[in-house]
Design a binder for this molecule. Structure first.
Ligand SMILES: [Zn+2]
Length: 378
């Protein structure tokens, strides 16, 4: 057992991080972990932090390891954000924390997920601390790619590049860690295109599998413009439901916590002077729900894209593994009933819809244009 067990398919990155834990000359005070969504950036960052705190270099079992992985080690600070930008106040707090000597651990470790979501002014504040860190402080910044971080920051960090892990490595993790049946694990890992979190959800949550199947079913169901408009409405509804399911519980917990902090007794009316605080929280939660809904919709579009990618693979007779093994029938039918040119045009329509969604076009409009373009062409 080791803290690196869950960092799947990243042998070279893990080797580099491990070496820096055991050999002082390989250690540095600022790291930049990059990799595509689902490659496990924050998992790798946490494992590294645990390995630094552990007396055996990351045994996975001792108090230092387990508390670091659980997010409760006093000398490991993690900044994760649901917001579009990390605020300057948040970074100021981190810089203050970074200056303190560790209380129990050997290092003070500061992990910043989404380090790409920082304005330049905020980055400059961070830069000072990274340039001249106290001797026991380690910064671990995470971002999708090196290009997403300002050159001033990346030139001062050592880069750790994660790749998309192979599907069988992800499946192996699901079997090992979550006790998933090997066949289900491999299907889920392929369908999630090696996004570890997504694969786990598909493997363990039947509702998630059904929603994904419903999305892919759209490809076969659309015959004319009427079906297309209905299908678009359905897609948007499913995204709304899924976003609500994911955020409701957390929203309620946050609100309860705020009310407690404000000293409001459960069930009593809210004093007028505290209303703006609660309103602010609710507005933030609404923004988060909207963003989540767009993310879910984008994921649905990526799923559809992977289906047409499989169709194209069949049409071209390419020797490549399919993503959607459990939808082979749909793929075969679509491949038979269309030409490769039509498949590419459909894939383009999905790409355009994703761009529109990203550019703040109303989700329903973006979806309708897409589903209309997916209908069979004579
Ligand atoms: Zn340990």
């Amino acid at each position: 057992m080791s803290v690196w067990d869950e960092v799947v398919g990243q042998e070279s990155a893990v080797a580099m991080l491990r070496a820096s834990v055991t050999r002082a000359e390989a250690m540095t005070h600022a790291w930049l972990v990059t990799g595509p969504p689902g490659s496990g950036r924050s998992v790798a960052a946490r494992a590294f932090a645990a390995a630094l705190q552990c007396e055996q270099g990351g045994c996975g079992a001792c108090h230092a390891c387990t508390t670091t992985l659980a997010g409760t080690h006093p000398d490991v600070t993690l900044l994760a954000t649901d917001k579009v930008v990390i605020t300057i106040d948040e970074v100021r707090d981190l810089v203050g924390t970074a200056a303190r000597t560790p209380t129990l651990g050997r290092w003070r470790v500061i992990i910043v997920e989404d380090a790409d979501r920082m304005a330049e002014r905020t980055t400059n504040l961070l830069l000072k601390s990274i340039e001249e860190p106290p001797p026991h402080t380690v910064w671990v910044l995470c971002a999708p790619s090196v290009q997403d971080v300002l050159p001033t920051i990346r030139s001062r960090c050592r880069a750790v590049v994660l790749r998309v892990p192979p599907a069988d490595a992800v499946a192996d993790l699901l079997v090992r860690r979550d006790g998933v049946d090997p066949a289900v694990a491999l299907t889920a890992a392929r369908a999630a295109q090696s996004h570890v979190g997504m694969a786990r959800r598909l493997a363990r949550d039947e509702g998630a599998r059904e929603r994904r199947s419903a999305v892919l079913g759209i490809a076969r169901r659309i015959r004319g413009v009427g079906d297309a408009v209905l299908a678009a409405g359905e897609l948007v509804d499913v995204a709304k439901q899924e976003a609500a399911a994911a955020t409701e519980e957390r929203d309620a917990a946050e609100k309860a916590e705020l009310l407690r902090a404000l000293g409001v007794v459960d069930g009593e009316p809210l004093p007028p002077k505290l209303r703006s605080q609660v309103k602010q929280l609710e507005e933030g939660q609404k923004r988060r729900a909207t963003r989540r809904q767009r993310d879910v919709l984008d994921r649905a579009m990526l799923d559809l894209l992977s289906l047409y990618r499989d169709v194209l693979v069949v049409q071209l007779g390419a020797d490549v593994d399919p993503v959607n093994t459990e939808h082979a029938g749909t793929v075969r039918d679509l491949a038979r009933d269309s030409t490769p040119e039509q498949t590419i045009r459909r894939m383009d329509a999905i790409a355009v819809a994703r761009q529109r969604l990203d550019g703040n076009v109303a989700p329903l409009l973006a979806c309708e244009a897409m589903t209309i373009a997916l209908r069979p062409q004579g």
